[in-house]
Design a protein around this ligand. Structure first.
Ligand code: ADP
Ligand code: MG
Length: 173
């Protein structure tokens, strides 16, 4: 694999989980923009948003995306990365973009089991099930617009990785 692979999709679709496994089987580097950004800033996403607001956080996210993009890297992005047209066209031009697509019920079940509030501050102030449904309705078209491939992310992580490996004809160990 030479071009970077960008994983996009809503919170809970498995970008971090699948990205780690994909990097392992394709012997690639792995970067998670949410983790990278939090380490750089020395604060959680929730703290940054509380202090600086979403607009400043989105600017940090774009800078992070540019900084981590490198050949031979699997990049798990933040759920809101597709909101900026600049990020969508950057990812499409620089590499291959995969949308991990899952139904609202699956996303809600995963997020309720593993909320990680520091990394996933509320976007709407509403209960998780309402928020996931609202955000997906708003962003699904953007994920599709950004993506070269759409995969079914409700399967087990290894299966999701298999779909990506097949779609991209990656050489794996
Ligand atoms: P994202 O990075 O897209 O927000 P994560 O990879 O952090 O999503 O996954 C959110 C939660 O869902 C985690 O607890 C993870 O273990 C679980 N999970 C992720 N992908 C799958 C999958 N394909 N099948 C079952 N559980 C999953
Ligand atoms: Mg993640």
């Amino acid at each position: 694999m030479t071009q970077p692979i960008f994983l996009v999709g809503p919170r809970g679709c498995g970008k971090t989980t699948v990205g780690l496994e994909l990097a392992r089987v394709s012997q690639s580097q792995f970067v998670d923009t949410d983790h990278w950004l939090q380490t750089e800033a020395g604060e959680t996403i929730a703290q940054l948003v509380e202090k600086e607001g979403w607009a400043r956080f989105r600017a940090r996210e774009t800078a992070t995306l540019m900084a981590v993009t490198a050949p031979g890297t699997v990049i798990a992005t933040g759920g809101g990365i597709v909101l900026a047209e600049q990020n969508r066209s950057f990812m499409r031009e620089k590499g291959t973009v995969i949308y991990l697509c899952a139904p609202v019920s699956t996303l809600v079940a995963r997020l309720e089991a593993s909320p990680e509030e520091g990394q996933r501050p509320t976007l709407t102030g509403k209960p998780v099930s309402e928020e996931v449904s609202e955000i997906l309705a708003e962003r699904d078209a953007l994920y599709r617009e950004a993506a070269h491939h759409v995969v079914n992310a409700s399967q087990a992580p290894e299966e999701v990785v298999n779909q990506i490996v097949t779609a991209l004809r990656l050489a794996c160990v």
